[in-house]
Every structure is written in C-alpha cells, then in structure tokens.
Design a protein around this ligand. Sequence first.
Ligand code: ADP
Ligand code: MG
Length: 698
Amino acid sequence: MMDMNEIFGTLVFNDAVMQERLPNATYKELNKCIKEDRSLTLEVANVVANAMKDWAIEKGCTHFTHWFQPMTGVTAEKHDSFISRAKNGKVIMEFSGAELIKGEPDASSFPSGGLRATFEARGYTAWDPTSYAFIKDGTLCIPTAFCSYGGQALDKKTPLLRSMAAINRQALRILRFFGKDAEHVDTTVGPEQEYFLIDRKVYEKRKDLVYTGRTILGAPAPKGQELEDHYFGAIKTRVSEFMKDLDRELWKLGILSKTKHNEVAPAQHELAPIFTSTNIATDHNQLTMETMKKVAARHGMACLLHEKPFAGVNGSGKHNNWSMSTDKGENLLDPGSTPEDNAQFLLFLSAVIKAVDEYQDLLRLSVASAGNDHRLGANEAPPAIVSMYLGEELDGILSAIAEDRPYSKRAKCEVEVGVKVLPHFPKDSTDRNRTSPLAFTGNKFEFRMLGSTFSIAGPNIVLNTIVADSLDKFADRLDAAKGDIMDEVTAIIKDTFLKHRRIIFNGNNYSDEWVKEAERRGLLNLRTTPEAMPLFKSRKNIDLFVRHGVFTEEEVITRTEIFLDNYCKVLHIESLTMQEMLIRDIIPAVNKYINDLSRCIIHSVEACPAANMTAQADMVNKLSSLIAEAYKQVGNLKAATEKTEKIADVEKKSMTYKDKVLPVMTKIRACADSMEQLTSAEYWPMPTYGEILFSVNE
Ligand code: ADP
Ligand code: MG
C-alpha cells in the first residue's frame, strides 16, 4: 500500500520541515513575522535561507528561483544555481538571506502597462512567506510578489494579498459585535479545474492548437457529447494512468488534489482540490495547471486548458468555491446552529449580496478574456449577466425578514434574526442550480464564470475587495447604532435585501427569458471583453480599490490597458494563424483534390465517353467556389487585421477586433469547415474534430 505521508508534501518546505530544521528561536520569529505581516531581519533570513538550501540540496536541487505571477497570467521563474567560487578552483553551495528575501529579475519584458517605465526600469521580487517554498524540477522555488521600485504591483499576487488584508480588517470589525475573539479572517478557495486531454501526435499536427490553444477551424465530428456518455463515465486506462501520475506529482507539492472525473465533452475531465487559503489556492492552481501539461506530455498527450478548444462541444471553466473563515476554524458562510450564529451568517451573506449587486461590472470583467468570450453566454456556461442563486429556502427566509412576515408555507414559523434558530435549509441539495454564475452551495459561494486558463487571483481580488467594502459599510452602521445591536443587524439585513434583491435569481440562467428579465431589472449584460473591461477604471471602481488599499488609481488604469492589450494580441495571433492555415495548408490541399478530381473526370470520359461524371464535376464546382470565397475572405481578414493593428487607442482597437476582425474569421471558418466536409480524408492536411476528440481511446 502506498503510504501517503511518504509522498504528501515531500517537495515542500512546510511548517513541519521548518520546525524540524530551524533553530527554535528562528522558527518562532519567522512565524511571528508572518502573523504580524512584518519583514524578516537579515539575520533571521540568513538562517532560514541556509536551512532551505541544505534541505533542497539533499533533495537533489542545484538551483533556486523566485517564482512569481506577472500579468501574463502564467508564472515566471529565473533560475540561479547555488554555486559560488571557492578556493582552489572549487565551488561551494551558497544561498543567502538577501537572496531569499529579494530578487531582481531582469523583468523589462513583462507587461506593466507603462508602470515600470515611469518609475524605475527594474522590478523586484519579494518573498511571500505565507506560501511555502517548494521544489520543482530540481529547483528550489520561492513564491514571491513582484513590484516596481516605486512599490507598484506588477503581478497578481501583491493585490491578492492586499485584498485578503482588506477583508480581514473589515470582517474582524463585524465579528467583534458578535463577541468573537478571532484574530484573523482568511478567504478560502477550492478551484475546480476542467481540461481536455488529447493525443500529442494529433495536437502537434494542429497549428491552431499549438499557436492559439484552440481550434479555430474544424467541422463537427459525427459524434459529440449528445449521448451524454462521457460525464462521470468510466475513466480510460491511459487517462487514468495520467490522473494517477498527476495526483502523485501534486501531492508531492503539497496540493490537496481530491476529486477527478470525466466531464461532459468527449476528452474532457476535471480535477478538484480540497480548499485552502486563497493565496495558497492561487499558487497551487497555477502549479496544478503547469503540472497537468507536463504530466500529459510524459504520457504522450497534450492537456488543453483553453476555455473553448472546440466549437460545438462544451468548453472548460473553473469553479471558484469561495468562503471566509476565521483562525478559530469558523466558516463565516456557514449558517451555524444557534440564533446568534444565524444572525452573523445572514449579515455576512447580506454583505455578499450587496457586493455582487453593486459591483456586477467588476465580477464580470474579472472573468473576461478573449478565450472566455467564446464560452460565457453560450448555452453551457453562465451568461455574461452576473446574478446570484441563494436557493428557494434561503431566499424565502430573507424575503420574510425583509417583509416582516412569517416564513414558510408549511411551518409558518416566525423568523426573527438572532432570536430563534433559522428554519433548516438544505445544504448543497440535489436540486441545486447549476446555471447560476454565483451559487450559494450551503456554506460557500461557487463563482462559476471563470475560464479554465485563468489565474484565480483576479476574480478573488474582486470578490475579497467588494465584500470587504460591504462589511466596512455594515461595521460603520453598527458602530453608529444606539440601541440593541441585534436590531441594527436586522435592519441591515432587511435594507440590503430590499435594495439588492434584483441580483438574486433562482431560475434557469441559460434561458432567453432571463436575458429579458435581467434587462428589466436593470442588470448589466456585458457580452464581451471589449465591452466589459473599460469599466474597470470607472470612478466608482477606482475609488473602491483605493479605499481598501488594493490597487492605486494608476495600477487600475494600467491593468485595464494590459488586459485589453492582451485581448488584441490574442486576436492578432488567431487571425494570423487562420490566414496561414488557409493559404498554406487548406487551400493547397483542396486544390490538389480538385486537381485529382478533374483528372479523374477527363480520364474517365476518355476511357468511357458515356461515364456519368456529374458528381465529380459538382464537387469540383463546389470546392472551387468555396476556395474563391475563402481566398477573398482571407484577403479581407488580412486587410482588417492590418488596419486594426494601426489603432493606437487600446479600447478602440479591442472593439475593432471584436467588430471587424472576428466576424470575418467566422465567415472563413464556415468556408473551411464546408471544404473539410467535401474533401477526401486522404487530402485533408490536419486531424479532424473526430480524430482529435477521440484520440485517446484505450
Ligand atoms: P461540486 O459538487 O461542485 O463538485 P463540492 O462540494 O464537491 O462541489 O466542492 C467543490 C469545491 O469546493 C472543493 O474544491 C471543495 O474543497 C471546495 N470547498 C468546500 N468548502 C469550501 C469552503 N468553505 N471554502 C472554499 N471552498 C470550499
Ligand atoms: Mg462545481
């Protein structure tokens, strides 16, 4: 039998290792610094660094790196070896406290939206001791934040840590009113990760998958997901071997990989870890995605993390399960079983309701990307409209409180906040709504709009900050309250529900009626990235982030630019890829087929003048027309892309990509897919949907 403890966390410099390897005083001091959010003295850092180095070398490491999360959405690392010159031409292995605490990667090529240019050419990385160092591929990795010398965040981790500090501050204020002695409140996240697994040989033959991560062409396969035979189906041996290997690699890294199963589309799967603190969950999710790709390659497969790798079958998302919990282990979104706990729960729940309604735009844009635009709003993922699901029971309770009436058709019980235990409502029941963008699932919220490639940092920065803001407002009211605090708590819950109930929707979010209903309610429907992203820097949103110390005004403005710029770049690459595939691969292949068909007609008639060649002639005719149309549209695409690239203003540029470039790509795809369906398999220059989606069969 496999001894889990011989595997789990073996590549992590975790608390147990620190306790074992650090002198007691150093261990205590380090923990104190983490708790009080202070930086380490160089003296302490030297001791920690030395212990880390010895541990890493014993595990076969030769290098270390500051591991950080720039705005590219993936992680970055620059490896340095431990070697240092010694006497007699020898080397010794060294790693100093200074090297542990701070690094200076030459980071001029990371997106900064101009932040670094204005302040200081270099950025620096700083150790985040709240996330453990770990070993990856023979290198000691030190999780770090990445900032400019002016202190501006150039990464996703810095603002995430700031947002966690903000919600900690505000949640503690609230808890005091309930007599709780918590010292710290963390947000927790368990991200469910969807992905596709295909054979590597097939992957390598698709330029679109290699360059863009998705197929930008491809006619539907005869079989898709209609039989619903893949979801939770038996896992194929090859996939199962991959999953086992993946689990082991993740466990070694201290990642609590827990659940694995087949998903809806053929070749689609999911992995879910046990939840943990948001900061660590973010690091772990990045590592999970990276490890998936690596392990897949080892098994002769490719792991696709794109949101919509294939048209016509489900895309991949990431469900961000989110809650708040205290250092005493209390989950603040758990209803609890006493009247006081119920009241506290309803107050925290109200904070989320207010936050989601007031900052729909931020939640929406936190999940906006070129890739996710293909998914949100299609009939497989939540719509682009942000709303939340509480379930009938909880909705009923809140309505009853708000309207001062008894609750429940059946029991007719009174609901009085903080006086009686709330009527029981089902936790995570089977009727739970799977179409809602943000569903309450018993003791946490499940934010389902994230795309599968996303770093979860962005959406959690938004969730943490907007809820911190509601809590701040509530705490102000409680501070100012004169009479019984519980009366004020009730008043807040009532006011919030009455004012923000429009954001709650328990019906089918995929229906057309909801789109109309949402419009009637005045909810935002920001369909695409170019429509959503500019709202990031609206006055209200900048003020929010500045108020809670999460982003400076400048950071918000530059980030908006970086995200929109990324959108344009992705579309640019997709456009060029499509042009290349058409002109260099598809049209030549179809020409060859036409040529052979034409020869066939001529030869056949020569050999047998009465031969009926109308079918062949028809094929030549149809394919030639399709080539003519495709060729014309590729010309249009090239011209539209070149013109769009010249636009200096990034908002306008992204909008033009959406309005002028994407529609031409859709036309070309239609031509190419028709050609595919008319061309002999022998001539088609790349694997088809069927060959890709069913490439892993055994
Ligand atoms: P599903 O039915 O969507 O798979 P699960 O109940 O299995 O939902 O949980 C999905 C994810 O939610 C898991 O990663 C789990 O660890 C996480 N989760 C559970 N409780 C919490 C919590 N309090 N905070 C954050 N995530 C949580
Ligand atoms: Mg889920």
